[in-house]
Design a protein around this ligand. Structure first.
Ligand code: CA
Length: 240
């Protein structure tokens, strides 16, 4: 797809691959309410065949399908298509796999979720031009001043300069930017970001915070937005 103008809702056609009828129905309803076209497939294999044969704008893909694993399906899809994919996940360990592996997802939503929010994410992803576009102007709005997250390339920009972040630093910073002023304990950060959370390793969080803090200060001319709350955890203080 092209990275030019935002597609009209009517031109957006989403394929929803979800085996639970109740969930699929709410998604289809939310997308259609937004004026988009939405098609439903219950099984992964037939859906993949449709994706080979037909043209869709975006795929919403449940990780747990009766006939296929959503991750495997996405990998197969990536062999012939760059269509944006939003994963629906039910469990924390699935989230870990989405964020931790190079599966080629554009976003993920954890169940239970708001169908309206999901529809909004579809619009955001299509507005920024999907995976293939990359380049100059992708990214989400609404993050604190100057920072921009590009989920496609897993990079975070500050004033258009990409920060050189490790995987954990990326997820830590992204978490802070998406939840400004919310205090996260080490344990919460570990649960959210680490693949195999281990309480004995909570100091690991501190060390990643330390290196992240140094990098953020580097791009913010010495300003340190990461606040340490003794005995509680860390939060992000938006700056102007
Ligand atoms: Ca399922």
């Amino acid at each position: 797809m092209s990275a030019t103008d935002s597609p009209e809702p009517r031109q957006i056609h989403v394929l929803v691959i979800e085996d639970e009828a109740a969930i699929a129905d709410t998604i289809l309803y939310a997308l259609r309410t937004e004026g988009m076209q939405a098609t439903h497939e219950v099984l992964g294999r037939p859906a993949l065949e449709r994706l080979r044969a037909e043209s869709f704008s975006l795929v919403i893909l449940d990780v747990g399908l009766p006939d296929a694993n959503g991750f495997d399906l996405c990998r197969e899809l990536r062999r012939f298509s760059e269509i944006p994919v939003i994963f629906l996940t039910a469990r924390a360990d699935e989230v870990d796999r989405v964020v931790g592996l190079e599966i080629g997802a554009d976003d993920y939503v954890t169940k239970p979720f708001s169908p309206r929010e999901l529809a909004a994410r579809v619009r955001v992803i299509l507005r920024r031009g999907g995976r293939a576009a990359g380049g100059a102007a992708p990214g989400l709005t609404g993050h604190p001043a100057r920072f921009r997250i590009d989920e496609t390339s897993r990079r975070i920009y500050c004033a258009d300069k990409a920060l050189d972040l490790t995987r954990y630093e990326y997820h830590l910073l992204r978490n802070f930017l998406e939840h400004p002023e919310q205090i996260f304990s080490r344990d919460e950060l570990m649960q959210r970001i680490w693949t195999a959370p281990d309480h004995s390793l909570e100091r690991t969080v501190d060390s990643h915070i330390k290196t992240l803090r140094a990098k953020v200060r580097g791009v913010l001319d010495g300003i340190d937005p990461i606040e340490t709350h003794r005995g509680l955890g860390y939060s992000w203080k938006p700056h102007s």
